[in-house]
Design a protein. Structure first.
Length: 405
């Protein structure tokens, strides 16, 4: 809109329709009287144009003098709106009060979110920030984020870092917990079997071996004991003495793992039909509003979304456009050989995840375990591997030697 048009809009614009003998004549008459015309249009015997608000009376006088009928079609501009607003002052007051209420409410924290906790409980962090003033319905103007962050770290020593972000009516507390190095196990220990198997290799560096090559052991069995018995005293009075040490050594055993995989004999195929429907939504802290709803008759679809976010005093406002492309599902038969290959590959992949610590794979065996009546192929892969099964376990003196405790 041009600057002159804006000036006219502030003063008021009236669109009229004129008819009578030789309607073009009134244009010359109006111009001769200093009446400015715009948007002149001819429609049969009618002539319409726009004039300024203060020119309506002179134009009506010309119509009466020369026999023209004048009809007001439309009134535009600030003077006409101001008159309506004066008549509906309560509407303006209500709008002002609504905006003022939103501004006041946006000055408080409505939502509190805790992020980054693992071992520390979120309620513990929430109680800490509440002691320093940050809680629901807290006034944002009275919050010192630096003081709150320092207070969290003082209250909870397990935390390494804390950050407080307040956007709109939502406060987000992000924390990072300290990572403590694992304490090396000290004191008397046994070497026990972490998994059952058949002993293949064994090397004892310290402690008393309780098994030998070829023995079958179960998970938790003691392989190398940290209780070493020695004899002390003279030949006449030899007394066995038990010393507790930290057992050390390597015990390798043959152990077995199983991997499972399956593949259907009917494969689902999804194709696009070419039909598309669009939806546009606005999301705000209070909810979600559809500007344009997608066709609900499209029930099976792929979705492509584009989101544009802007900040506001009440939080993030997001405009999302999603395009739904209709899909059609169909099924296709898969050959038994192809399904068997897929299930075997899946089982082998699952098996590799279990045998990652194995030193060597001795033998593998693939077994088909599905029945002919099933609509899928199920496969189990069994692997025999060689691995170190020993793990450290502290000696519980009270439990193992209660008479000496």
């Amino acid at each position: 809109m041009s600057s002159n048009r804006w000036i006219e809009y502030l003063g008021g614009i009236i669109t009229v329709r004129v008819w009578g003998p030789y309607p073009e004549k009134i244009i010359n008459l109006a111009l001769s009287r200093g009446i400015y015309l715009s948007d002149v249009e001819r429609d049969g015997e009618y002539l319409s144009f726009s004039i300024r608000r203060n020119a309506i009376k002179p134009l009506e006088n010309l119509g009466e003098e020369f026999g023209y009928e004048i009809e007001i079609l439309k009134k535009q501009g600030l003077p006409f709106y101001s008159r309506v607003l004066r008549e509906r002052w309560m509407l303006i007051a209500g709008g002002f009060i609504f905006v003022l209420a939103l501004y006041i409410l946006s000055s408080f924290v409505w939502y509190l979110e805790i992020r980054g906790t693992v071992e520390v409980k979120p309620t513990q962090v929430a109680e800490s920030v509440a002691r320093h003033g940050l809680k629901r319905w807290a006034f944002k103007g009275g919050l010192d984020k630096t003081r709150i962050e320092e207070g969290i770290l003082q209250d909870i020593p397990q935390l390494f870092y804390a950050q407080v972000d307040i956007k709109g009516v939502k406060a987000v507390v992000k924390v990072v917990e300290k990572i403590f190095p694992e304490e090396e196990m000290s004191g008397p220990c046994h070497v026990v079997a972490g998994r059952g198997g058949i002993i293949e290799e064994m090397m004892v560096l310290d402690g008393n071996p309780l098994v030998k090559i070829g023995d079958t052991v179960g998970a938790g069995n003691i392989l190398i004991s940290g209780a070493v018995t020695t004899e002390s005293g003279e030949s006449e009075g030899i007394v066995p003495v038990t010393n507790l040490v930290r057992a050390r050594g390597m015990v390798k055993a043959r152990v077995w793992y199983e991997g499972y995989g399956e593949a259907p004999l009917m494969k689902e195929i999804i194709t696009l039909t070419g039909k598309r429907t669009e939806g546009i939504t606005i999301e705000y802290p209070g909810g979600k509003w559809w500007l344009k709803s997608p066709d609900q008759r499209v029930t099976s679809f792929w979705v492509e979304k584009k989101t544009y976010e802007v900040g506001s005093p009440w939080g993030k406002v997001a405009l999302t456009r999603e395009v739904r492309s209709e899909t059609l599902k169909s099924t296709e038969e898969v050959s038994s050989a192809k399904a068997l290959e897929t299930a075997t590959n899946q089982a082998m992949e699952n098996l590799r995840k279990l045998t990652g610590q194995a030193e060597r794979v001795i033998n593998t065996q693939v077994r088909k375990i599905s029945s002919p009546s099933e609509q899928l192929i199920r496969v189990k892969v069994e692997a025999e591997v060689l691995e170190d099964i020993g793990k450290i376990q502290p000696i519980n003196i009270e439990q193992e030697w209660p008479q000496t405790y």
